[in-house]
Design a protein around this ligand. Structure first.
Ligand SMILES: Cc1cc2nc3c(=O)[nH]c(=O)nc-3n(C[C@H](O)[C@H](O)[C@H](O)COP(=O)(O)OP(=O)(O)OC[C@H]3O[C@@H](n4cnc5c(N)ncnc54)[C@H](O)[C@@H]3O)c2cc1C
Length: 455
């Protein structure tokens, strides 16, 4: 194996490139082809008027050593910016009020976030029999079964829209939160599992994945810029792949400009729907499989306000809104409370998310319509007055892949295609996890499998 092609220059393709250049395949001739004129995919940062605004993701959890190791190898450790400890404070908007979610079980139970009936149902969780079969279950059905419908709607639904832009009723627990399946099967109860894990100091639980949100001092795009500087000679931007076909010895990539490139192995790190199109003439069942992974649209709106124009204190991560509250905003992240240097003196930056699988039409709202909704809802929820002096809107039509019921079967079939087409791999957020850590892990494991093939 001499020539490797990578398609897609988001975090997945770039981490695969890095793994190849720094691992056992370092002697190979590797080229990365990116459709757009810029690298990064969903990752981007605007730095304007003293504001630093991330387009999509705004950080990664510092719990995966591989990502931190990658940052170190890129020479960026001193640029890391861990979230302020106050970001532990998170809020849920319910019954026209923001409620702090307390990490202390007693304080949580004393809070009026859930009705008395909802709280009583929650505390009997350890008495609910564990599911014994391994059928795929939606996140919502699991939560409803274990902690009751009110807690499922108020706590779990918003968490799912916050992480996946997803609908808890559609997404697979097994594929999105495998740790919860393990907690139930191993301990018979989430509470018992949390207590056991706390004792073992492992962290984690139904409140969300553990780890501290971490970014870079000048925004997340710092990571992409560094990849671009280090590997400029291996990267071609403005190079859209149209097809991947088989040759006698490997694969041929055809580009939109009519040119071609042959490679012994291909890592396709473009979104699943784009990968599905590329392999249409190679194998229609592989193409159908990739195309069967749905995506949710989502929009992010970053806003800069003078400090005195928001009445709710912004000490915390931000808030999420259960769909039952009748608002369109999914939630808001208080960017300048989490990371330093994100807004000029005297100003704060907040970002609002809208859309996702439960509101697919939101991505088509005009700027004016979108802002009218967001301003009105922020006025009500955090007491904004007047209009922000800084506004940035980022829309993702096919934003976040949705691991719906049956997703794990799709991934098992995709793995079988690795045997049918040796040397053709799929990296990216559509398969094993949507977070930046998941992308880095999958890119690394694909490169390891490629290296193993060579022996
Ligand atoms: C709004 C939003 C907020 C998020 N927040 C977080 C967060 O806070 N933390 C977190 O961990 N994750 C977050 N995520 C998820 C995370 O951003 C993504 O999962 C991750 O960036 C995906 O990286 P990727 O490289 O797999 O795909 P992408 O970033 O989609 O990159 C794929 C690349 O392939 C290119 N491409 C497409 N078609 C072709 C073609 N035909 N030829 C060549 N190239 C092609 C694209 O141009 C793109 O550059 C968020 C996602 C969104 C949308």
């Amino acid at each position: 194996m001499k020539k490797i092609a990578i398609i897609g220059g988001g975090i997945s393709g770039l981490s695969a490139l890095h793994s190849i250049r720094t691992g056992p395949l370092a002697d190979c001739d590797v080229r990365l082809y990116e459709k757009s004129d810029r690298l990064g995919g969903t990752i981007g940062t605007d730095r304007e008027l003293g504001f630093v605004s991330d387009w999509g993701p705004n950080g990664f959890l510092d719990k995966i050593p591989l990502t931190l190791q990658l940052v170190e190898q890129l020479g960026l450790t001193d640029q890391l910016d861990p979230a302020d400890p106050s970001a532990e404070n998170r809020f849920i908007y319910r019954n026209k009020k923001l409620h702090a979610i307390s990490a202390s079980p007693l304080k949580f139970l004393a809070s009026p976030l859930l009705s008395l009936k909802g709280r009583l149902r929650l505390i009997v969780e350890p008495l609910i029999k564990a599911k014994t079969d391994d059928s795929d279950e939606s996140i919502y059905d699991f939560a409803r079964r274990r902690i009751g419908p009110e807690a499922a709607d108020t706590l779990i639904g918003p968490m799912v829209s916050g992480i996946f832009g997803g609908d808890a009723r559609e997404l697979s627990l097994k594929s999105c939160f495998p740790v919860m399946v393990e907690m139930e099967s191993q301990y018979g109860s989430l509470f018992k599992a949390m207590i056991a894990k706390k004792k073992a100091k492992k962290g984690g639980g139904p409140a969300g994945p553990s780890g501290r949100l971490t970014s870079f001092k000048n925004g997340l795009y710092t990571l992409i810029e560094r990849f671009g500087e280090l590997y400029a000679q291996n990267i071609e931007t403005g190079k859209a792949t149209t097809t991947i076909t088989k040759t006698d010895t490997g694969y041929r990539i055809t580009f939109a400009d009519g040119s071609t490139a042959d490679a012994d192995a291909v890592i396709c790190a473009a979104p699943a729907f784009a990968a599905g199109e590329m392999v249409g003439s190679l194998d229609s069942s592989l193409s159908d499989l990739l195309n069967s992974i749905p995506y949710a649209s989502i929009s992010v709106v970053c806003l800069g306000y003078p400090c005195d124009k928001i009445s709710h204190p912004l000490g915390g991560f931000g808030f999420l809104v259960p769909r039952t509250e009748g608002k369109r905003i999914l939630g808001s992240i208080w960017t300048s409370a989490i990371f330093g240097g994100r807004s000029p003196d005297g100003m704060v930056q907040v970002r609002a998310m809208i859309g996702g699988a439960t509101d697919p039409g939101a991505v088509n709202l005009s700027d004016g319509e979108l802002l009218d909704i967001i301003f009105a809802e922020l006025d009500e929820i955090i007491g904004t007055t007047g209009r922000p002096s800084y506004v940035k809107i980022y829309r993702y039509t096919e934003g976040i892949p949705q691991f719906v019921i049956g997703h794990s079967k799709k991934i098992a079939r995709l793995n079988e295609f690795e045997h049918t087409y040796p040397g053709l791999f799929f990296a990216g957020n559509a398969y094993e996890g949507v977070g930046l850590n998941d992308c880095v892990l999958r890119a690394n494991s694909v490169v390891t499998r490629l290296a193993d093939m060579r022996g």
